[in-house]
Every structure is written in structure tokens, then in C-alpha cells.
Write a protein that binds this ligand. Structure first.
Ligand code: DMJ
Length: 584
């Protein structure tokens, strides 16, 4: 059993892109198109090769003898780091295989300001007006799209350094994730080309295992939102087709869905090493399935999705509203109890409690009750302040021990709390949102590249003189959206310009350290090293689907553009309409 647990914990983490699908995935391409020259472990791989920084910190492995774990040490252990070519403000794709420079790896040697050697492409200059900023986001999108179009058209993800592509499910993930973003940004030509691909090429009749959660939030969510924005029946027809092909996932003894579905064969199964599903995954498909039922007038989607929420609602094993990270598809019970996080594997459970309640016209009391209880649980067990600057953060609880570790993923929380407060929930939710947004901003600001690492550890000791410690294995940035997402919500609800300015700084940093010259943006290995950030050769679909969309909405003065009183964003930033309240 312990071996099985270790397997699961070390291996599978969709939030951290550690999917093991490539092992049995017919379209798998982790290494198909060019040799792996990346230096940090590719996080899609077997447990023997991978370390999932998110999970391994909290279970097994480390000796934790105190109630509060202060584990900021070991930063000099970054032995894996080899540096891929770096030429300053824009990454030169064709230089990606140069031998690594002999960089001094000690933290003290890391320059505090971005290096800008003579041969760099000039940094973007803008006066910072709303119009300039919106245009800068559009430019960033066009640049990302150019790379995708040139080297990865119709495939799941762009590999911008090798000018190639990666396949996960073979469903054109980036293209579909981008549809509504292009519509919102008014990129008509690009949208038309993408629509043509959906019409002519997108097929769900293929023998491929897909992850239920990822396919739902990215593909089903993207198709449904594009249908709403455009009114084009094509997207609803595709959504219906996909929805029906995902249904076998729910044929389990407990009605808790399996993680994986073969959409061609109509079969579903859990990961090979366990019969558990991840809690966030099974509870973050509801907005989309419920909307599909509403649009098609076919209740089957809503019924299976609501049943999961009913089961989880009455399940024992919660800790003041906080939920464990796994649930068994046979027994329907929580497993691996005792670890509570707002990060990977649990995050969007909390987000979807609130958002389903809003989507359904605030009529479903169980959802509200679970959400309110969870926020109280977060405040009681997980919220702390740093010793140095009194930054408020959300840590983790591991078998009653507090771990001051926070995933960047947790930065969705301020936006969600603010959305709740906007919808009449307690004012102290907004107070917490304000404090957490400041912390997420600091997670960018305090890094030498101005980009947040994937995970930070906060220091509770004032004597440390610093708030944030970043372990070597946690220094990567995957172009994630959560902080920009929260900045968008905070700006909409407060109109405080600082949130826009913080977003603008983040865009500059993406342009300075992740933009690839021939098109595309890349995730990077080390946010603490502006000279050698270490491009990872991957542009996640959520950079176009979420990060740039939220950035655009943050800078737009049009508060009616996807009004938060009319739309609810799914966890992949695809807007779905809030339903009218049922008659009393
Ligand atoms: C996205 O796929 C979704 O936002 C998900 O809920 C969390 N992880 C990524 C972005 O970081």
C-alpha cells in the first residue's frame, strides 16, 4: 500500500503537468520529435525519473520534527541545472542547443536587474496607457499564436525553442483554448482560421485516452464559451459530441468518475497504479457539464456532475470544510487523508463550489454551505503571516503539521474570494483577498526576473529578514495565469490602478524572459536567474487561454466586456453565462 501511495503521490499531478499519459498514449510525443535537451526533469514521466516538488515536500521523504516546518534550506543543491542558451530580452530559438555557460550558481551572484546584453531585441516600450497596454497584450497573443501556427498548428502544444510541437490528447488543445481569447481580442482573421480547423479537422472519433478534467475545462469549456460568444452552432455541436464521449468516465461503482476516458472506444479507467481520482478533478467539471445540459436540454450531463457534488458534500473526512486530495472510485471515500492544501489536486474544488452556486442563480445551499465552511477552514488552519513583512499567505497542513509552502496555483484564491464578496459573502473574504493578492504580487516582484516560481516557502521568522524562500526544484515558471486572474478580479471590484500596474509588470517580465524570437513563449527553469532563465521549450495552452485573456480583461476599460455579473469563468478562463434565478 505504501508503495502504491508513493507511486501516486510522486507521479501524477495534472496541476504540475506531470501526467503519465505518455506511457500508454498512442499520440504521446514527449520525446518523439527531437531529443530532450532540457536540463531539469521533464515532469511528464515515470516516478523513478520525476520529483514532483508540490507533493513530495509534504509526504514521506523529508523529516519534519516540528509542528511548523521551516524548510528553506538546500538551495545550493541545484545540481541538475544546466543552462540552455540565453541572449537577453528575447530567446533565440536556434541557439537552444549551445553548451551551457559557466554560470555561478550561488544566489549572491544572481544580478538583481535583468541583463540586457548588446545583441538583444529591444524591450517593448509603452507609455502604459490603457490603449497601449491592450495593444501590448494583443501583440503578445499574436506572437504566441504565430509560433503555434508556424510550428504546431492543430497540435496540442507549441515547443517554441525546437520549433516543434507536443501532443497530449491530440485535440488541438492550444487552438481550442485560444478561440474565445481571439474573439474577445477582436483577432478576426486568426479566429476564422482556427474555426475552419475546428470545422474540418477536429474529431473526437479517435482511439485516445484523455484526462476527463483537462479535456472538460480546456476543450468542452472552450467550445461552450465560444458558442456563447459567437452564437455559432458549430461549437455547440462539437461540445455535444465531446460531452457524450466523456460520459463513460462516470460508470464507476461509486459514481465518482475515473480520471481517464478513451473517447474513441467509449471506455474509461483510473491511472494504472490506483483506483483513486484526484479530488479537484472530479469536482471541477460541473460548470461545463451543467451548462451542456442546459443548452442541449439533455439532463444526463448535469445529473452525473451534480451527483459527484452530492456525494462529496455528505462525505465524512473533511477538516473544517477542507478536503483531502484523493477520492476512491470504488468506495467513494476520501483516501490519503491528512494533507490539506489549496494548491495542486484540491484547488479548483473550492473555486467550483462558489462558481456553481453563482452559475445556478445562488439557489443551491449545499454549495454555499461547503464554500463558506471551507473559507473558515482556510482561515483557521492554513493562513499565516511571514515574520519579516507580515505577508499573508496560505500554507498547507500535513498530518497536523503546518508547512509554510504555497503553490503559485493558490493565487487563484484571492480572485475567488473577491468574487464571493462581490456576490454578498462576508466582507472579511475581501480583506483576505486584498492581502493574498499583495502576497502573490510579491511572489513575482521579489524574483530577479519578475516572474513567480511554481512554489514558494514563506519564512515565519522575523530574524530571517526575508519573506520568501525558493527551493531549487521549485524555481520554474510555466506561464501560469492565477495571479493575473486575481488581479483582474481585484481591479474589476476595486478599480485600484495598482492591480493593473502589477499586471503590466508581469507582462513585461514575460516579454523579457519567456518570449522566443521566432514566435511563441516558453516556460522557464529558473526565475531567479535573469541571465540564464533556462527555456524549457514548451508553451502551455493556458498561456493563451487564460494568462493573456485575463491580462487583456485587466486592462480593458469596458466593464461590460464579460461582466462578472453575467458570466462565470471556468477554471480555464472560459466564460459561461450565469443562469437566471429560478422563480421563487
Ligand atoms: C489550468 O489548466 C487551470 O487553471 C487549472 O485549474 C489549474 N492549472 C492550470 C493553470 O495553471
Amino acid at each position: 500500500m505504501w508503495v502504491q501511495m508513493l507511486f501516486q503521490i510522486l507521479w501524477w499531478s495534472p496541476e504540475n503537468q506531470t501526467s503519465p499519459f505518455w506511457l500508454n498514449h498512442p499520440l504521446s510525443s514527449s520525446c518523439l520529435f527531437y531529443p530532450q535537451k532540457k536540463t531539469f526533469p521533464n515532469k511528464r514521466g515515470p516516478p523513478s525519473l520525476q520529483k514532483d516538488g508540490n507533493i513530495s515536500d509534504t509526504v514521506g521523504g523529508e523529516k519534519q520534527e516540528q509542528d511548523v516546518v521551516q524548510d528553506g534550506e538546500g538551495e545550493e543543491e541545484d545540481k541538475e541545472k544546466k543552462i540552455v542558451s540565453w541572449r537577453g530580452a528575447m530567446i533565440e530559438a536556434d541557439q537552444a542547443t549551445e553548451p551551457p555557460p559557466s554560470a555561478d550558481e550561488k544566489e549572491a551572484a544572481v544580478p538583481r536587474v535583468p541583463a540586457n546584453p548588446a545583441n538583444t531585441v529591444p524591450l517593448e516600450v509603452s507609455t502604459g496607457t490603457t490603449v497601449d497596454r491592450l495593444e501590448a497584450v494583443r501583440d503578445a497573443f499574436r506572437h504566441a499564436w504565430k509560433g503555434y501556427k508556424d510550428y504546431a498548428w492543430g497540435h496540442d502544444e507549441l515547443k517554441p525553442i525546437s520549433k516543434s510541437f507536443g501532443e497530449w490528447f491530440g485535440l488541438g488543445l492550444t487552438l481550442i483554448d485560444s478561440l474565445d481569447t481571439m474573439w474577445i481580442m477582436g483577432l478576426k482573421e486568426e479566429f476564422a482560421e482556427a474555426k475552419n480547423w475546428v470545422e474540418k479537422e477536429l474529431s473526437f472519433n479517435k482511439n485516445v485516452d484523455v484526462n476527463l478534467f483537462e479535456t472538460t475545462i480546456r476543450v468542452l469549456g472552450g467550445l461552450l464559451s465560444t458558442f456563447h460568444l459567437t452564437g455559432d452552432q458549430l461549437f455547440l455541436d462539437k461540445a455535444k459530441d465531446l460531452g457524450s464521449k466523456l460520459m463513460p468516465a462516470f460508470k464507476t461503482p461509486s459514481k465518482i468518475p475515473f480520471s481517464d476516458v478513451n473517447i474513441g472506444k467509449g471506455t474509461a479507467h483510473p491511472p494504472r497504479w490506483t483506483s483513486d481520482s484526484t479530488l479537484a478533478e472530479v469536482t471541477s467539471i460541473q460548470l461545463e457539464f451543467r451548462e451542456l445540459s442546459r443548452l442541449t436540454q439533455d439532463p444526463q450531463y448535469q445529473e452525473v456532475a451534480n451527483e459527484v457534488m452530492r456525494l462529496v458534500h455528505k462525505l465524512p473526512g473533511k477538516h473544517d470544510g477542507l478536503v483531502p486530495m484523493f477520492i476512491n472510485t470504488n468506495s467513494g471515500q476520501f483516501t490519503h487523508k491528512g494533507v490539506f492544501t489549496l494548491g495542486a489536486r484540491a484547488d479548483s474544488y473550492y473555486e467550483y463550489l462558489l462558481k456553481q452556486w453563482i452559475q445556478g442563480g445562488k439557489a443551491e445551499d449545499d454549495l454555499l454551505e461547503d464554500y463558506l465552511q471551507a473559507v473558515e477552514g482556510v482561515k483557521k488552519h492554513l493562513v499565516r503571516q511571514t515574520g519579516a513583512s507580515r505577508l499573508t499567505f496560505v500554507g498547507e497542513l500535513s498530518h497536523n503539521r503546518f508547512n509554510p509552502k504555497m503553490d503559485h496555483l493558490v493565487c487563484f484564491l484571492p480572485g475567488t474570494l473577491a468574487l464571493g464578496a462581490h456576490n454578498g459573502l462576508p466582507g472579511d473574504h475581501m480583506d483576505l483577498a486584498v492581502e493574498l493578492t499583495e502576497t502573490c504580487h510579491q511572489m513575482y516582484k521579489q524574483m530577479e526576473t519578475g516572474l513567480s516560481p511554481e512554489i514558494v516557502h514563506f519564512s515565519l521568522q522575523a530574524s530571517d529578514g526575508r519573506d520568501v524562500v525558493v527551493k531549487p526544484a521549485d524555481r520554474h515558471n510555466l506561464l501560469r495565469p492565477e495571479t493575473v486572474e486575481s488581479l483582474f478580479y481585484m481591479y474589476r471590484f476595486t478599480k485600484e490602478t495598482k492591480y493593473r500596474d502589477w499586471g503590466w509588470d508581469i507582462l513585461q517580465s514575460f516579454n523579457n524572459y519567456t518570449k522566443v524570437s521566432d514566435g511563441g513563449y516558453t516556460s522557464i527553469n529558473n526565475v531567479r536567474d535573469p541571465v540564464n532563465p533556462g527555456p524549457r521549450d514548451k508553451m502551455e495552452s493556458f498561456f493563451l487561454g487564460e494568462t493573456l485573456k485575463y491580462m487583456y480583461l485587466l486592462f480593458s476599460d469596458d466593464m461590460e466586456l464579460l461582466s462578472l455579473d453575467k458570466y462565470i469563468f471556468n477554471t480555464e478562463a472560459h466564460p459561461l453565462p450565469i443562469w437566471p434565478s429560478p422563480p421563487k
